[in-house]
Unconditional design. Structure first.
Length: 236
């Protein structure tokens, strides 16, 4: 895990799962030498206001990729100051974490505005923009339907804008699958987010949590009304 193009963010946690640091830049993987042998196994983060940890303090490093994977490394601190932290990664012992929120899909009916299409090396900007509707969403991606006659293919990258509650989300998705109806028409597109920032991920997560809370509230109200109606009918 050294390809910066594939890394979205890096988080450092204590053994009690308390987050110490989070960064999306100002990090590097310098070469460490042991007995004159180069060992590319160091994570160096620079910044300001870092907590100062004793040498050999155990920590967990979680690297989130643009593909949506989260890899955890159980590590120890090599060096720590207010401005820098060096950590031995033990990169051969990384463990992939499962993010349950990522796979929890929420059914929606959200309008979205499609601004552009990247197909291979060709970029097409839509002016005026096209429109679609997001049918479900999770942290990993969306399933949406497109209005008009434009058809998309697996591998296409689509730029779009939508509104999630009080927040405006402007990002891009990659088409993973095209779902067709039995008669042959296109029902919609299953897509994964690409190059999504941390604040956008939190925006999506907050929206999903909000919808879950609303679902539970409406379900409680429905059950309460059904119970009141059953009591009323039974008392007649």
């Amino acid at each position: 895990m050294r390809d910066r193009e594939k890394i979205r963010k890096i988080e450092i946690f204590t053994t009690k799962n308390e987050r110490i640091l989070e960064c999306a830049r100002n990090y590097s993987f310098p070469v460490k030498y042991i007995d004159d042998r180069p060992i590319d196994d160091i994570l160096m983060i620079k910044g300001n206001g870092f907590p100062v940890l004793p040498k050999n303090t155990p920590v967990a490093v979680v690297i989130a990729t643009n593909a949506g994977d989260r890899i955890k490394y159980d590590c120890r601190v090599d060096f720590s100051s207010n401005f820098q932290m060096n950590i031995t990664l033990n990169s051969d012992k990384g463990k992939e974490l499962e993010d349950k929120r990522r796979y929890y899909k929420i059914k929606t009916e959200i309008n979205c505005r499609i601004s552009d299409l990247t197909r291979g090396d060709e970029v097409t900007a839509y002016s005026p923009n096209l429109y679609g509707k997001i049918q479900d969403i999770n942290i990993g991606g969306i399933f949406f339907t497109a209005e008009g006659d434009v058809e998309y293919s697996a591998g296409d990258v689509i730029g779009f804008t939508t509104v999630l509650g009080d927040n405006r989300l402007e990002t891009a998705v990659k088409v993973l699958r095209v779902q067709r109806a039995p008669e042959g028409g296109i029902k919609g597109y299953g897509c994964s987010f690409v190059h999504i920032a941390s604040y956008q991920e939190e925006m999506i997560s907050s929206y999903i949590n909000y919808l879950q809370i609303e679902e539970r509230r409406l379900d409680r109200e429905r059950r309460l009304l059904e119970r009141e109606e059953a009591e009323r009918v039974g008392g007649v």
